[in-house]
Design a protein around this ligand. Structure first.
Ligand SMILES: Cc1cc2nc3c(=O)[nH]c(=O)nc-3n(C[C@H](O)[C@H](O)[C@H](O)COP(=O)(O)O)c2cc1C
Length: 335
């Protein structure tokens, strides 16, 4: 399948695996790129720019296909050394960067000078337009369903994607709630040029996380995520567990006076405990509603091949069939 996104990033399938803290290591990034998508190393999971340079080199040893790096601009006073991270990306020969969080505006000249294609993750049309204005090549439009930070507007993808299509001139991928061929075909129908998946890729054989995490995703339903940190305007969608229950109690008690220190125990240093040790109650970790659509733990290649084959069947068999009266299958049978 050829779309503006496959052409922009030089990939075979219009599927991106967005940055994920303590998940986006070289193993998963290379697996996605080898399967024809765009794999992404999560920049800030590497504690220093030197370690990021090593991770890029490690990924380069595992694939000769294009892969990218995620740079998340955090709302923090002690910012990581972003210019040094960008130097590691440029020197590592990376040609695709997924930015997220705050606007990447001040870093655009350095990224563009190195010939890097920038895709910025946005949870609103106005931020997408700003990304377009500052020279981003594409955006990843992240709906309310998404795992991680859905922003504060709460607009689901059925509305957000067509709104983005109406306003944007640059290509965009649909992000948040994407799991299978149905997600891809629906996104294409709404004007996207591909899709970005986070949570779904954690439940794959190559994801370098503890098996407990993968099994928790298979077990979870679409009812099992919670929104935390609303009062801090730093909303995050996470998987419900005992630590999240406690966190929500604290949020309820503190109300609008909530401070980040109040929930320090439930949010600080959680990711290695969950992803590496498999301690599923260690604290709050990002997870999308799409958990309800995850029923298995395939290899990345099996997942991507299945999505692309089913997408073709949905388009040719169901959609074209609906038009010419030969439609025979329900989406459930083909997806
Ligand atoms: C465990 C986890 C960690 C994540 N960490 C980051 C991150 O560090 N930076 C970032 O930009 N997005 C992060 N995300 C968001 C994903 O890149 C992606 O936008 C999101 O997962 C899409 O929604 P989905 O989970 O419904 O597919 C994370 C998501 C998950 C599930």
């Amino acid at each position: 399948m050829k779309t503006a996104i496959t052409e922009l990033f030089g990939i075979e399938h219009p599927i991106i695996r967005g940055g994920m803290h303590f998940v986006g290591f070289a193993e998963l990034a290379s697996a996605v790129s080898n399967a024809g998508g765009l794999g992404i190393i999560t920049g800030l999971t590497q504690k220093t720019p030197e370690l990021l340079a090593k991770e890029i080199a490690r990924c380069r040893d595992m694939t000769d296909k294009p892969f990218g790096v995620n740079l998340t601009f955090l709302p923090t006073f002690s910012a990581p050394p972003y210019p040094e991270y960008i130097a590691a990306i440029v020197e590592g020969g990376i040609k695709a960067v997924e930015t997220a969080g705050r606007s990447p505006e001040q870093y655009m000249p350095a990224l563009k000078a190195a010939g890097i294609r920038v895709i910025h993750k946005c949870t609103s049309v106005r931020h997408s337009l700003k990304a377009q204005q500052i020279g981003c090549d594409a955006v990843s439009v992240d709906g309310f369903e998404c795992g991680g930070h859905p922003g504060e507007d709460d607009i689901p993808n059925m509305i957000l994607l067509p709104r983005a299509a109406d306003e944007l001139k640059i290509p965009f991928v649909a992000s948040g709630g994407m799991a299978d061929a149905r997600s891809l075909v629906a996104s294409l129908a709404m004007g996207a040029s591909g899709m970005n998946m986070g949570t779904r890729f954690i439940a794959t054989k190559e994801a370098p996380v503890h098996d407990n995490v993968k099994h928790a995703l298979v077990k979870a339903t679409e009812l099992d995520t919670r929104l935390i940190m609303r009062a801090l305007r730093n909303t995050e969608r996470v998987l419900k567990n005992s630590a999240v229950d406690r966190l929500l109690e604290i949020e309820h008690e503190r109300g609008r006076s909530l401070k980040i220190e109040d929930i320090h125990d439930q949010v600080a240093g959680v990711y290695p405990k969950v992803m590496i040790d498999g301690d599923m109650d260690a604290g709050a970790w990002s997870c999308g509603m799409v958990a309800g659509l995850i029923q298995d733990i395939p290899t990345v290649k099996e997942l991507i091949d299945r999505i692309m084959a089913d997408a073709e069947r949905i388009i040719r068999g169901r959609l074209v069939g609906l038009l010419d009266g030969t439609e025979i299958k329900s989406t459930r049978e083909v997806a």
